[in-house]
Design a protein around this ligand. Structure first.
Ligand code: HEC
Ligand code: HEC
Length: 416
């Protein structure tokens, strides 16, 4: 199984998904026509955020044609933006490769409210591209306005980790995807009921048949959604351009001995760094983040998370705290521990923390600065930081400006 070239994959995706936000593809006729219809749809849409895909707008004929496009079923590796250095080919499970057709199906499902019992809630209700792939609410509301206890994390860059949820209770994106469909206060359905609904819709039936060789089942729904989620990748922040250019700034790079190719490369990298420059405050904040403020003890690596679990004092003291990781491991030492979230594009996803209790990044930094809320289970990595007001502002600037990069933005797709 040889993955096709990423750009080709992206191109196909753009055509398939219609609304994929890539601007630089040169297209075939079918791609162009898909784009035109998207533009028409955008022009007629109001400024209000559209949450779900448009039901019935994707015709059976279009679906049949796209499923027979060359390459539609060829595995591809999603494109990694600057700063994401993992070999994504190693992170895509061999038994669920991304193909343009499958990712397109997953995208439709992600935005389809018919996966919920009362057809009002889709995954995008709580993970919307225009809200940092979260929902900008302290805690999420599911069907019949029922509220959960935790804030919806972004689904950005979840391809980089296997284990999912604040407490790590799902072992894969496939396993995760079935959780909300069956959750009584999220989508309130069961995965079997959802599969039955999808099998009653011709455009979906055709896609499941062609892609999986059979009707919709809970596992196939999960596979398609997970394949789509693995393409939601963000990077390319001023910090990433800074790191890319660092090599040329560091002592030891000798401009005298450059080949013409090296000169061209250096100039290109430095020009990009300039174009995406860190602000002065963000630059100072970056130094604090990795040094005095010790944020990188846990917010580390390409996605600014070690994917480990800590009690940092959120929600304490309390008589009935959210037990967090303890719910999953049944070990008291894990009480109130939650997984370190990414801080990439964090400016998009206020409010913050697992319970949405911080409205601003400044409040989060103040929480750390005071040493969390000491409790018997708090991580010993959390202690008073003695940051000045200026330093707090600088840390916020680093996260707000320095870590703000590109994330996939897209309109909800047309649905069968
Ligand atoms: C009613 C709101 C709601 C809906 C609908 C919803 N989610 Fe979530 N999602 C959440 C919340 C809240 C969490 C965190 C729960 C936890 O960790 O205990 C979460 C967690 C996740 C995570 C884990 C992210 C991480 O950082 O670990 C993924 C992935 C995800 N959801 C995808 C989906 C998909 C796919 C669907 C649709 C099938 C969906 N969600 C529907 C609210 C929602
Ligand atoms: C001991 C590990 C650890 C250290 C050190 C740490 N964090 Fe965190 N961070 C976490 C965990 C765990 C959470 C989620 C906690 C929760 O919600 O209960 C979190 C949450 C956050 C959030 C909210 C993200 C969101 O999606 O809601 C931000 C912002 C943040 N940290 C920034 C920082 C900054 C800035 C520093 C340095 C001053 C720092 N962190 C130091 C582990 C850590």
């Amino acid at each position: 199984m040889v993955p096709i070239q990423t750009t080709f994959g992206a191109l196909l995706l753009a055509g398939f998904l219609g609304a994929c936000a890539s601007e630089d593809e040169q297209g075939t006729a079918w791609l162009k026509s898909a784009e035109t219809s998207v533009r028409a749809a955008q022009a007629s849409a109001s400024d209000d955020i559209v949450i779900h895909g448009e039901i019935g707008a994707l015709s059976v004929q279009e679906i049949r044609e796209s499923l027979e496009q060359p390459g539609a079923h060829e595995p591809f590796i999603p494109e990694a933006p600057l700063g994401i250095t993992s070999d994504l080919a190693q992170l895509i499970p061999a038994d669920n490769p991304c193909t343009p057709a499958k990712v397109s199906l997953g995208k439709q499902l992600f935005f389809d409210p018919r996966l919920s019992k009362d057809t009002t809630i889709s995954c995008a209700s709580c993970h919307h591209p225009d809200m940092g792939w979260g929902d900008n609410a302290a805690v999420s509301s599911g069907i019949a306005q029922q509220k959960g206890a935790r804030s919806a994390p972004t689904v950005l860059n979840r391809v980089l980790a296997a284990v999912q949820f604040w407490d790590g209770r799902a072992a894969s994106l496939e396993e995760q995807a079935l959780g909300p469909i069956g959750n009584p206060i999220e989508m309130g359905f069961s995965a079997d009921e959802a599969a039955e609904v999808l099998n009653g819709i011709e455009g979906y039936r055709i896609q499941f048949e062609r892609i999986f060789g059979g009707p919709a089942t809970p596992d196939r729904i999960a596979q398609a959604i997970a394949a789509f989620e693995r393409t939601i990748i963000g990077g390319g922040s001023p910090y990433d351009y800074h790191i890319e250019a660092k090599y040329f700034h560091d002592l030891g790079w000798d401009e005298e001995d450059e080949t013409p190719e090296e000169t061209a490369e250096r100039e290109a990298v430095l020009a990009l760094e300039k174009q995406h420059a860190l602000s002065d405050a963000a630059r100072r904040g970056m130094t604090l983040f990795f040094d005095k403020a010790e944020c990188s003890l846990c917010h580390v690596g390409e996605n600014f998370t070690d994917e480990l679990y800590y009690n940092i004092g959120v929600g304490f003291p309390s008589d009935a705290p959210d037990k967090g990781r303890e719910d999953h491991t049944r070990e008291e030492k894990d009480r109130g521990a939650f997984r370190t979230p990414t801080v990439r594009n964090i400016a998009d996803s206020a409010p913050y923390l697992h319970d949405g209790s911080a409205q601003t990044l400044r409040q989060v930094v103040e929480h750390y600065n005071q040493g969390g809320n000491p409790n018997p289970w708090q991580s010993d990595r959390i202690r008073p930081l003695k940051l000045t007001e200026q330093e707090i502002d600088d840390l916020v600037a680093f996260m707000e400006q320095g870590l703000q990069g590109t994330v996939p933005r897209m309109k909800p797709p047309r649905l069968p």
